[in-house]
Design a protein around this ligand. Structure first.
Ligand SMILES: Nc1ncnc2c1ncn2[C@@H]1O[C@H](COP(=O)(O)OP(=O)(O)OP(=O)(O)O)[C@@H](O)[C@H]1O
Length: 279
């Protein structure tokens, strides 16, 4: 009964809840009274101009930066107040795909994916072996590549292996930092498809930083726009592009944005309509 209650609570607790966050470095204020709530199953793209504080916000969520004011809760726990064990438990519930340095160059493909499981120190090696191969299979990497070194893989394969590694501990929450940067358009499309499929199968919550509008429109259920030191708009892509703000108009409705909107495919919601961008 208590277990059931816990599970119910888990379902209803926002995955990320940021309230009145201020981040300040010396006199320089990056975020002021920033609010953002991300619910289970959402795919949220975080966008904003250069220096608007996207990376710093991710660092706040990951517990790498402390709020000057306000609170950042992940899975209902205030991350800056969590003790070491709680923080580790929370970290085991998320995976992160970094834009650069995604893999350890001295480890094989297989060992890169196995490493987060080995660090748990609770799983027998045979279980790790099967799980790592399964994760690689999920991202379309066959066992024949398992003993290859990262330097011998193509750019697209490195991203896939890095995604397998981020999924190693079966996270509920996945952070993607510019997931399609550096991929050519067809690799980028297939990577988007892969993330979309995994989101559906694994019921993941995804938070990504991206400048790539094709990726944004193909994947996002929601978009959070960071400008003027806080989140100026949060909603579905259709809702957000209607908000009048110079950054939004420039980002979404400039030439690049219009092209991406025209090409837009159904997003992770399974929506099949096209965005009507008015102008
Ligand atoms: N540790 C720090 N000390 C001082 N200033 C910092 C620190 N970290 C970030 N900043 C400043 O905070 C601002 C926001 O930086 P941040 O990297 O979060 O922006 P961003 O939106 O990710 O930008 P970009 O898209 O260019 O990567 C910048 O002006 C940056 O110089």
């Amino acid at each position: 009964m208590a277990d059931q209650e816990n599970q119910e609570n888990r379902k209803h607790t926002p995955v990320i809840e940021i309230k009145d966050l201020t981040t300040q470095f010396g006199d320089f204020v990056v975020h002021r009274d920033l609010n953002l709530t991300i619910e289970r199953g959402q795919i949220v793209s975080l966008v904003g101009g250069s220096g608007s504080g996207k990376t710093t916000l991710l660092r706040q969520i990951l517990g790498l930066e402390r709020p000057s004011k306000g609170s950042v809760k992940v899975f209902g726990t205030e991350i800056s107040r969590a003790d070491r064990n709680t923080l580790q438990e929370i970290r085991n519930r998320w995976g992160m795909l970094f834009q650069h340095g995604a893999l350890f160059s001295a480890l094989t493909t297989f060992d890169n994916v196995a490493q987060p499981m080995r660090e748990l120190r609770t799983l027998p090696e045979e279980v790790i072996r099967d799980a790592a191969l399964l994760k690689l299979q999920m991202v379309g990497i066959g066992p024949e590549h398992a003993q290859k070194m990262p330097a011998d893989l193509s750019g697209g394969m490195v991203k896939r292996v890095a995604l397998a590694r981020a999924l190693a501990l079966e996270p509920e929450l996945l952070f993607l930092d510019e997931p399609t940067a550096g991929l050519d358009p067809s690799l980028s499309d297939s990577f988007v498809e892969l993330i979309r499929g995994l989101h559906r199968e694994l019921h993941l919550t995804v938070v990504m930083v991206t400048h790539d509008l094709d990726t944004l429109f193909a994947l996002s259920t929601h978009v959070a726009v960071l400008a003027d030191k806080h989140v100026i708009a949060f909603g579905t892509p259709e809702e957000v592009i209607k908000v009048q703000h110079p950054f939004i108009e420039d980002f979404f409705l400039g030439p690049r944005g219009r092209a991406a909107l025209k090409e837009m495919r159904p997003a992770a919601t399974g929506r099949t309509d096209r965005i009507d961008y008015g102008k």
